[in-house]
Design a protein around this ligand. Structure first.
Ligand SMILES: [Zn+2]
Length: 474
């Protein structure tokens, strides 16, 4: 059985204002209907004015996805009736989208994948219905008119795992481009999927559409559910019915919603209140020049500039913020592999616990430098960083406060070594007769006496010197 999956991804653009009016586009958890005006409420006679930033963000995504940006693009009315759509139509793009024909490269289990993108178009979001427990529904139009891009893939995906990996990679790209926060739970990034299964590679099976997948896990689970359902129907000799289903993550099932409209049911026609958008070479060049680094560019740069293993590069560049944090630390202390180890280990662990990076790059650089110079040892460094996350003090201040610096006073170490050797002449003799492995035992004794504060390397050096002098003195 062959599975074919295509995705329609909606991403909310994080512009300041809505797509066609001056209302704030930051609608999350605002009092209902507090961010509306005659334009986004669909009052008769109100006219839309296109948000230039939203167009530029869409072009930015198109460029990053290797799309063609046609010189002319236009908006169309998509007509349907729903209480959260006050105008009775949505302004979208039908046959002349801003971006056409691109692709996204990503990885799944270390294997390179490429999925073609059919189009990226710009449209306005609808409002929200709030269903009260008493059975009534209320309408909140704060989200109405917030800019959305729709990214439509070709039906190139062949497994639920691949679809989920595509979504992760697309989310990372949108976040790097700074056009969308990528928060699936908040609904800033949404995904609908078409799936069909066929025993015959040459012919596609009947497709169904799955909606309401609000996490990467949901995408994978919902598609696995549908894939299994299709296979079971086909194996039982039954037909798959073309329909739209909503994913219920709690129950782990996809529930039929409504029969699918064909595009002629929407009676698309050109939006008479907006002129076509012309994207000339100069504008395209300006958008390209202002383009932030993509994840792929960032990975390449990290590998070349810092000579880090690909595993490190992958972890450090997963989120733009972490990549920036790493680089800011490197500016103060240029030891990429050492910094990488600590950022991937201790810093990421504490970030998960505290939810934010509480040690400034300069302060991390300082404490790692102290470590590299042998002023503190690993355990103390770890303790200092952990306490810095908890207290807001710098790691070096913690070192000072708790006396975590190493015992590096050479005189003190020599004194301890002399005392140890004198008290253990038998062991010294055994060492002298060739049991050089005993050095570990001697080091352990001195370390114990210093409460673990000495640098084991320094202790070993002092002991070895003492033992060799002892031997030559005999
Ligand atoms: Zn408005």
């Amino acid at each position: 059985m062959h599975t074919v999956i295509g995705l329609e991804v909606h991403a909310q653009l994080n512009t300041h204002t809505k797509l066609f009016c001056g209302c704030s586009a930051d609608h999350f958890q605002k009092p209902p209907n507090s961010q509306t005006c005659p334009v986004c409420l669909g009052m008769p006679g109100a006219l839309p004015v296109l948000n230039r930033q939203a167009v530029e963000y869409t072009l930015r995504v198109g460029l990053a996805l290797h799309c063609t940006l046609p010189p002319r693009s236009k908006f169309d009315r998509k007509n349907y009736f729903y209480p959260d759509l006050p105008k009775g139509y949505q302004i979208s793009q039908f046959d002349e989208p801003l971006c056409l024909g691109g692709y996204l490269d990503f990885e799944l289990d270390g294997q390179a994948q490429c999925v073609r993108v059919q189009r990226v178009h710009l449209e306005e979001d609808a409002g929200k219905l709030i269903h009260a427990p008493n059975g009534t529904s209320q309408v909140d139009l704060n989200r109405t008119g917030v800019p959305l891009i729709e990214i439509v893939t070709e039906a190139d995906l062949t497994s639920p795992e691949q679809a989920s990996a595509f979504m992760r990679s697309l989310r990372q790209l949108l976040r790097y481009l700074k056009v969308c926060d990528g928060d699936m739970e908040k609904g800033s990034l949404r995904c609908d999927a078409n799936l069909s299964v066929s025993p015959d590679l040459q012919r596609w099976g009947t497709k169904t559409e799955v909606k309401n997948m609000n996490s990467f896990r949901a995408v994978e689970e919902a598609l696995k559910f549908e894939q299994k359902r299709h296979v079971a129907l086909l194996q039982a000799g039954q037909a798959v019915v073309q329909q739209t289903l909503g994913w219920d993550g709690d129950k782990g099932v996809a529930v039929p919603q409504r029969s699918k409209e064909a595009s002629d049911d929407y009676r698309y026609f050109p939006e008479p209140d907006l002129v076509p958008v012309r994207v000339d070479q100069a504008w395209r060049d300006a958008v390209a020049a202002a383009m932030p680094e993509t994840p792929a560019q960032c990975r390449k740069r990290f590998a070349e500039r810092y000579k880090l293993p690909s595993y490190d590069v992958g972890v450090l560049t997963e989120e733009r913020e972490l990549a920036d944090y790493f680089e800011a630390t490197i500016e103060h202390f240029n030891e990429p592999k050492l910094v990488s180890n600590w950022v991937m280990g201790e810093i990421l662990r504490l970030l998960k616990v505290h939810g934010q990076l509480k040690v400034a790059p300069k302060d991390l650089a300082d404490v790692l430098q102290a470590l590299a110079q042998g002023k503190i040892h690993r355990k103390a460094c770890k303790e200092a960083i952990e306490a810095a996350f908890e207290t807001g003090k710098t790691p070096l201040a913690i070192v000072e406060e708790r006396g975590l610096d190493q015992l590096s006073d050479a005189g003190e170490l020599e004194h301890l070594a002399d005392a140890l050797l004198s008290a253990n002449v038998d062991q010294v003799e055994r060492y002298r007769s060739g049991k050089v492995g005993l050095i570990g035992w001697f080091v352990g004794q001195v370390m114990a006496q210093t409460g673990g504060k000495a640098d084991p390397k320094a202790v070993k050096a002092v002991l070895e010197q003492k033992l060799s002098n002892w031997l030559s003195n005999v």
